[in-house]
Design a binder for this molecule. Structure first.
Ligand code: FE2
Ligand code: FE2
Length: 264
């Protein structure tokens, strides 16, 4: 499975155990053994699907960065904010238990823990992240559809100032949506990525041309061109294929979770 995990855990028996548990799942595991190393990784890298962080990080040396500073940093970085965090701790009174909703902590596990519970939580968190990604894609599709409907209404009402302003921003929104899909595709080895990206480029080129033409056309011609823009944008064969792939991943995570349950 093509999911990535950032493991923030000091070297030792816990780290070895987690590696042993994650290895058969074929996740890509990025490791940071101390706070400063994790800090740099969060600043420099793309966000993973899951962050596993131990609150018992050693606070030695001049730069003292612990789990709470790292959680704070991740909550300030847009790409990392919504990534689920699985927290391991040996302190039951730890404030981390109160942070579960605030900092996207999807599970806090008290050490020593049952390895099966750990793996279950890992799968649960990744499942939630994937589910959130599917929902976000659907939300963006609906939003783009609404934007196009709104510009048609503005045109029909003769609201030319708002109409031209909206047209100016809609292209950027389409571009952001495509970039959002492509980032997830490339990180999760989507097999039809190149083809899908080619389709995005084509739609974007056509959309830029159409938007230029809409701005300078009569209302009747502009209406036809908006319909054309909408048809290009929502020719969803590629997107349907991609969403099918995401549901396939979701299904495999769910099946795996059932297998872990069954073993208990
Ligand atoms: Fe797409
Ligand atoms: Fe899309």
């Amino acid at each position: 499975m093509h999911f990535t995990t950032l493991l923030i855990e000091p070297p030792g028996i816990d780290s070895q155990l987690i590696n042993l548990m994650l290895a058969p799942e074929k996740f890509l595991v990025n490791k940071a053994e101390c706070g400063p190393k994790a800090w740099n990784l969060i600043i420099e890298s793309d966000p993973p699907d899951l962050v596993i962080v131990d609150t018992d990080l050693p606070l030695n040396g001049n730069v003292r960065i612990g789990a709470s500073q790292l959680m704070e940093l991740m909550s300030r970085r847009s790409g990392w904010r919504k990534i689920p965090k699985l927290v391991l701790t040996s302190d039951s009174s730890s404030s981390i238990f109160q942070q579960t909703t605030k900092k996207n902590v999807c599970a806090a596990i008290l050490k020593p823990y049952d390895p099966r519970r750990f793996i279950q939580e890992v799968f649960n968190c990744i499942r939630q992240r994937l589910d959130a990604h599917i929902k976000e894609i659907n939300r963006q599709h609906i939003q783009l559809g609404t934007q196009i409907k709104n510009i048609t209404n503005m045109l029909n009402q003769g609201d030319t100032i708002n109409f031209k302003n909206r047209l100016g921003t809609i292209l950027a929104e389409i571009e952001d949506h495509f970039a959002f899909e492509e980032q997830y595709m490339s990180q999760h080895f989507y097999p039809d990525f190149v083809e899908h990206q080619k389709g995005h480029k084509q739609v974007l080129t056509n959309a830029a041309k159409l938007i230029d033409e809409i701005c300078t056309s009569s209302p009747m011609i502009a209406n036809q061109k908006i319909k054309q823009l909408s048809a290009d944008l929502f020719d969803v064969t590629d997107d349907k294929k991609y969403i099918g792939f995401l549901y396939g991943l979701l299904e495999s995570l769910t099946t795996h979770l059932k297998t872990v349950d069954f073993k208990e």
